[in-house]
Write a protein that binds this ligand. Structure first.
Ligand SMILES: Cc1cc2nc3c(=O)[nH]c(=O)nc-3n(C[C@H](O)[C@H](O)[C@H](O)COP(=O)(O)OP(=O)(O)OC[C@H]3O[C@@H](n4cnc5c(N)ncnc54)[C@H](O)[C@@H]3O)c2cc1C
Length: 281
């Protein structure tokens, strides 16, 4: 077994190009998935590669390095539309998990209950995948292609999450429901980004997680809201029975019916929260 902890991305890419390695970032998904808290085989620890850390902005995109931790996201200075990502960071596991767990690890693990996915879908995020001789960018909705399945190749590292700067508009909110108050794995979760112009909803990106194999945008409901006045009456009259995107399952955390009903409550609650935020501006 080999354990490598390179400081340069190029070294890491050469290694995964030449041999079989498990990539390790914060290890908060990797270790619990093992029998004896030991990862077998060759390990490539990417946590010391400085170019994978932190948040920067260029002409077109905001770039979140893949090994940026939840605590770093929570404490970063981001525009208002990222409030949902901060709210999500604050609720991931415990403070210890937030200090080690990374945004890239959350996406590559591709759990249907990965909290960051609905937020990043509502920001139209893409992922940058880097190999020794190529970089490619995939929309997040294409990158995760099933429960615990992604498009990443053996010789690639997820290097950044890219958010188009022209999507950095509006206000946002993230809500999740679990079986307890702390250390919650989501039964259902909603992320909402909303732009309002003269009281009317100009655009809305509503995403749901834990209610299908892969988190999704709820375009059927987005369509009902665009152009409507954002007020209590609109929210209460919103017909959520036409929602086609959900395919919840019954599992150890919840049954299908509860997931469906709880999701409807969360959608209305997130809209009320956005309305409150707008009124307080
Ligand atoms: C007690 C506890 C509570 C938790 N609570 C939550 C929660 O509330 N919400 C939630 O969403 N998650 C939760 N998690 C899961 C986990 O903490 C997060 O998914 C975290 O973001 C994973 O990041 P990591 O850096 O630890 O990933 P790791 O465990 O290091 O890696 C996860 C997977 O991604 C791969 N990988 C990691 N980084 C890269 C990369 N840059 N390129 C390619 N492959 C990569 C690894 O090979 C591995 O397959 C919890 C976990 C624990 C143990």
């Amino acid at each position: 077994m080999n354990y490598l902890q390179p400081e340069k991305l190029e070294t890491a890419l050469e290694q995964i190009n030449s041999d079989n390695f498990t990539i390790a970032a914060g290890c908060t998904d990797l270790l619990p998935a093992t029998d004896k808290n030991i990862i077998s085989g060759n390990i490539l620890d990417i946590s010391k590669i400085s170019s994978l850390k932190g948040i920067s902005v260029d002409k077109e995109f905001r770039r979140i390095g893949s090994t940026t931790t939840w605590s770093e996201i929570l404490n970063s200075n981001l525009p208002e539309c990222y409030q949902m990502l901060r709210e999500c960071s604050r609720e991931i596991g415990s403070i210890q998990i937030q200090n080690s767990g990374t945004i890239g690890g959350n996406l590559c693990n591709a759990s249907p209950a990965a909290d960051s996915v609905p937020c990043l879908l509502s920001l139209n995020a893409s992922v940058e995948l880097t190999s020794i001789n190529k970089k490619r960018v995939l929309p997040l909705g294409k990158f995760i292609n099933g429960s615990r399945k992604t498009e990443i190749e053996k010789n690639e590292i997820l290097t950044s999450i890219l958010i188009p700067k022209n999507n950095e508009k509006g206000i946002s909110n993230f809500l999740k429901i679990g079986a307890r108050k702390y250390l919650i794995i989501s039964i259902t979760m909603i992320a909402c980004r909303l732009e309002v112009n003269k009281d009317l909803i100009d655009s809305i990106s509503l995403s749901i997680g834990s209610c299908s194999e892969v988190a999704k945008r709820i375009t059927s409901i987005e369509g009902l809201l665009v152009g409507k006045k954002l007020e209590n009456k609109t929210i209460e009259n919103l017909d959520l029975n036409s929602m086609t995107e959900l395919s919840p399952i019954t599992d150890i955390r919840s049954d299908k019916k509860y997931r469906e009903e709880a999701s409807k409550v969360l959608i209305k609650q997130t809209l009320h929260n956005c309305l409150k935020k707008i009124k307080s501006e």
